[in-house]
Design a protein around this ligand. Structure first.
Ligand code: BG6
Length: 494
């Protein structure tokens, strides 16, 4: 495995801790070796040592004290070496190639290579082209060459398309693994199991029984040290065409013909391709943007977005977005999917909430049961991972009254918690060549196609009212109004 961006944050926080967890689970091959490439001057030992502190933090199950398995860590670090290099320099790739071949020869292996691009997006195209020119991506015999590309994949539809063209000029689609870390989350993967491995959800999973769907990805964190990146990105680009659309696709897709990568990805692509594309001048009816001002989270005062480091004092970047999506197919026609995501909201919560149609209630005409609460199915992605069903039940007693009750399955009660950064499955899948949990070129472009008119519409009409929500609440009033116009309400986040 070759990690470009070996001294960066992603490698430290996610990639190496995930490799460590895989080493603990004995899921890495004996001949495994990692070469870390970055511009900084470092020795092998300095590079290995730089992970020590992070490891304590990231390998423990939530709430438990860290226990580093020294054998697994030694096993991994003995296979790690550092290579100083400039990603723009073509000679560097030749030297890297020589080093990798040398390693192969000393280990007596024929060398499958996994190139991990943990680098800034402007390097994705150039690094792949350099790898191609130096023939590091050429597959011979049974040896594979695979490239993992991080997000953000493009900045809009045109740039995503261009990047796809660039890398597909060097690599076959089967060699490319575009990561969306949401797909590494167990609870996201479970949506498919939940729907298709059980007999009783699918018959009601359609426009006959479902009124609407709400998908929320709420965060309490602000932009932290990422102001410079976020200013150019905003909540829509950062979260919607990737993470949020993955949740939409998993919730709305048809059952695939098998669990093979292409069968699953084809069904997911159909969902995103069925979303109605609005015109830029209609965006105000189907999308809401917001930016947080100062406020309070968990009893502590927090600054507004415009006061964050590296953010312009009159910034127009959105930190919140809500959208109404119409999936125009036979299963979902007239069932709106409302999605929202934002920073500095009332609570950290990623959830899919499915609201069922009401029961016909004439039966309860002369009783105290007037307006039974609607039934909801809640798929909690994080935190407190689980699935809950809200329904009505008779309150014991001589008077007929209905109470709202909840059946709740919590992952932790059944399966406990295992140390997991969310990258373990993804890395393992790249090594075994299973691309099911990765984005194909068409999946990525279909997502951008839906958000592009919103970007265009917003670009034409700068927001006049930013900041429009205080940190620590559920988002801007306009998001509530978008649902209220249709006689609906968001479920509270807090
Ligand atoms: C990242 C975004 O892709 O996902 C971040 O760039 C966001 O802005 C993060 O905070 C959310 O991921 P998670 O796993 O914390 O829900």
């Amino acid at each position: 495995m070759v990690i470009f961006g070996a001294a960066g944050d992603l490698t430290k926080r996610l990639v190496v801790p995930a490799l460590y967890n895989l080493a603990c689970a004995k899921l890495l091959p004996e001949e495994f070796a990692i070469t870390g490439v970055d511009i900084a001057e470092k020795s092998d030992d300095e590079w290995r040592g730089s992970f020590r502190e992070m490891l304590q933090e990231f390998v423990k199950p939530a709430g438990e004290s860290a226990h580093v398995d020294q054998n697994a860590w030694n096993w991994l670090t003995s296979r790690m070496s550092y290579f100083r290099g400039d990603l723009n320099n073509s000679e560097m790739y030749e030297k890297l190639k020589a080093k990798l071949h040398e390693q192969d020869a000393s280990r007596g292996t024929a060398g499958n290579y996994l190139f991990y691009l943990a680098v800034a997006p402007q390097f994705f195209g150039p690094v792949v082209e350099h790898l191609g020119k130096s023939c590091l991506t050429c597959e011979t015999g049974n040896c594979w060459r695979r490239v993992v590309i991080e997000k953000p994949f493009g900045h809009d539809l045109a740039s995503a398309h261009e990047l796809n063209q660039r890398i597909l000029a060097v690599l076959r689609e089967e060699q490319i693994y575009r990561i969306d870390h949401y797909l590494g989350k167990e609870t996201v993967q479970n949506i498919m199991m939940f729907r298709f491995a059980n007999g009783f959800f699918e018959p009601v999973w359609n426009r006959d029984r479902i009124d609407h769907v709400q998908i929320t990805a709420a965060e309490t964190v602000g932009v932290e040290q990422r102001g410079a990146f976020y200013e150019k990105t905003g909540a829509l680009r950062d979260m919607v065409p990737n993470h949020v659309f993955q949740l939409v696709a998993m919730t709305a897709m048809e059952a695939p013909s098998s669990f093979s990568a292409d069968a699953v990805r084809a069904e997911k692509a159909k969902v995103i391709e069925s979303i109605r594309i609005c015109q830029p001048d209609q965006v105000s009816c189907t999308a809401v943007r917001g930016q947080y001002g100062p406020g309070e989270i968990d009893g502590k005062h927090v600054a507004g977005y415009r006061e964050e480091p590296h953010v312009a004092p009159d910034s127009r970047t959105e930190t919140y977005v809500a959208m109404k999506l119409a999936i125009e197919n036979w299963r979902w026609a007239d069932v709106p999917f409302y999605v929202r995501t934002g920073k500095r909201l009332a609570r950290r919560k990623t959830q899919i909430a499915i609201r069922f149609k009401e029961a016909p209630c004439a039966l309860f005409r002369y009783t105290a049961v007037r307006n039974p609460a609607p039934n909801w199915l809640l798929v909690r992605i994080q935190p407190d991972e689980g699935i809950a069903l809200e329904f009505g039940a008779k309150i014991p007693g001589p008077v007929t009254k209905l109470g709202d009750v909840r059946m709740d399955f919590k992952y932790q009660d059944y399966f406990g918690t295992a140390p997991n950064t969310g990258y373990e499955t993804l890395l393992y899948d790249v090594m075994i060549g299973d691309a099911t949990l990765f984005q194909r070129a068409d999946n990525i472009e279909a997502g951008w196609r839906v958000v592009q008119p919103v970007l265009d519409g917003w670009g034409m009409n700068p927001p006049g009212d930013f900041p429009n929500y205080a940190a620590g609440i559920d988002g801007p009033a306009a998001a509530e109004e978008m649902l209220a116009r249709e006689g609906r309400r968001w479920r509270p986040i807090g």
